[in-house]
Design a protein around this ligand. Sequence first.
Ligand code: GAR
Length: 200
Amino acid sequence: MKRIAVVASGRGSNFQAIIDAIHNGTVPAECAALITDNPKAYAIERAQVAGIPVVVIDYSTFPSRELYERALLLAMQKADVDLFVLAGYMRILGASIVRAFPGKMINIHPALLPAFTGLHAQRQAVQYGVKLAGCTVHFVDESLDGGPIILQKCVPVMDSDDEDALAERILEHEHECLPEAIRLFCQDRIVIEGRKVRIF
Ligand code: GAR
């Protein structure tokens, strides 16, 4: 059985979807840790309810980004997992961390990449006026939201949508897409070939 760790900064609804998918047997994995940069993250309570160990690397207590990242890297190495799942981790991961876990880190992004990278992807989509939006699960590389794509789901954008309405519609799909990608990874059904991800 593969071991995974989830890295999250906030509410943790995607983390909850992963917990639920593990509990109901859909995802054959053990969640070994929640790692968070935010001591106030609601994800921490979700971990406690599920009996998952929590590691807090509080960004605000470090004098520099480098020292924070060093501590985060140590925590990640210590977790000793097969896969890191970024589920609402709201910082850019430094190259030293990305390089330490090649092909072992995935992220969920609330847009149809490569459109609308970075923060507030749903707001960017509404402001741009696209008719389709969605979510992407991808491997993490050194680019911003630019690693090989594993799964995408799309949703319509309604004329009446504001950022929150669109975010909510996308989120429902995130909660399916992310556990699905983890399931495929844990079943060894994912192969990265250059930019392409093959699913067997
Ligand atoms: C999700 O919509 C996720 O896709 C997004 O943050 C939200 C976290 O929600 N991630 C990013 O924007 C990463 N750049 P959650 O904490 O309820 O899972």
